[in-house]
Design a protein around this ligand. Sequence first.
Ligand SMILES: Cc1cc2nc3c(=O)[nH]c(=O)nc-3n(C[C@H](O)[C@H](O)[C@H](O)COP(=O)(O)OP(=O)(O)OC[C@H]3O[C@@H](n4cnc5c(N)ncnc54)[C@H](O)[C@@H]3O)c2cc1C
Length: 372
Amino acid sequence: MHEKYYDVIIIGGGPAGLFAGIVCARNNLKTLILEKQAYPIDKACGEGIMPTGVEHLRELGIAPFVEKYPYHYFKGIRYISGKGRTAEANFAEGSGWGIQRVVFSSALLECAATLSNLEIRAGASAVYTLGENPKVNLNNTVLCPKLLIGADGLHSQVRKLANLEALFPKLKRWGVRQHFNVEPWSVFVEIYWGPGLEAYVTPVSVSSVNVSLLWDAKRYKPEHGGKKLFASLLKEFPELQERINKEDVMDESMAAGPLYQKTWSVANGKILLIGDAAGFFDPITGEGISLAAKQALLLEKIVIPILQKKNENLEKRLAEYSREFTQIYRPYHAMTRLVLLFRLWPKLTDRVIQVLHSFPALFQKLLSVNMR
Ligand SMILES: Cc1cc2nc3c(=O)[nH]c(=O)nc-3n(C[C@H](O)[C@H](O)[C@H](O)COP(=O)(O)OP(=O)(O)OC[C@H]3O[C@@H](n4cnc5c(N)ncnc54)[C@H](O)[C@@H]3O)c2cc1C
């Protein structure tokens, strides 16, 4: 039987897995992505890519593929308090992109297809064992890559099996999203602050918006679950409800959570975690995709040069990667924590929005700090 060999095998072909696959393959590493769903893949997401993320998509060579598809730019962030106070700021540099996940998934796949070293197998769950030398069973052939990457999302199995999962965090926030056939009324991502929950609206094409709702299970109990969940949460935002009608609904709502997932490290032996699998805090600062893209660029800078050589110390490089990862993850975590902290007191939320309204330059600075 013809023995296949891959330098890198990636479990999960969402954005993080595809970003990682693209950097490996463009550096001549034979790479295999195993994705359990069929493409294009949908997922609960606010679908806003921050300007730093857009910049990373350019560095990854993905941006020209995205630009062929429908998407909508946004130039900043607008906060709207429960009392109707607003504060807004433009990004200091560049624009963000709002793009539906299925559309983004198609663009990523198109980019990946241009790389001859990258193979993607979709529609089958990966069978693997993780030890000192991770092994993947593919149609009864056992494959032993130099590096196995876990890019299997928020509730990563690779993270669990590689003993990289930290204790279950107490914070239990959830998210749900739905698309509406409504012309975007704003070139901002709008965030509406409600009692224990938030709504945010991202323009995703010239004729549609994404509405995402995030809530803290300890501070807000949704009246309904299942198909009625989205509508029951939306009731908390009458101003927003006025802008979108039931008839404008484009698809079924999709939910995800609990959102906060912790790791104690992102690497173990020949295993590396990337994207949400490497740990995720909260989408309120809109950073998930940008962080995943940044991690892929870090992989390219630090780990890939070693994989291209023989007999080099991979573990040492993965330790270096982990240190650099902390440098990018920590500021995201700190800023998100700050935002969630001021959410604990509704009066403070209102007051903060008032201050940001009076000092838009401060708001802009905070957005820049968030995106580093
Ligand atoms: C409500 C909500 C709103 C958000 N809003 C934003 C936003 O506005 N902007 C932003 O940048 N980020 C946002 N995020 C975060 C963003 O969605 C994630 O950070 C991003 O999807 C991470 O990509 P990923 O590839 O790591 O994970 P995923 O997109 O979850 O991909 C993981 C993939 O792995 C596959 N998989 C899982 N197990 C296996 C297996 N055993 N074998 C093979 N394949 C497997 C899955 O099918 C999936 O395709 C939001 C998240 C939520 C929940």
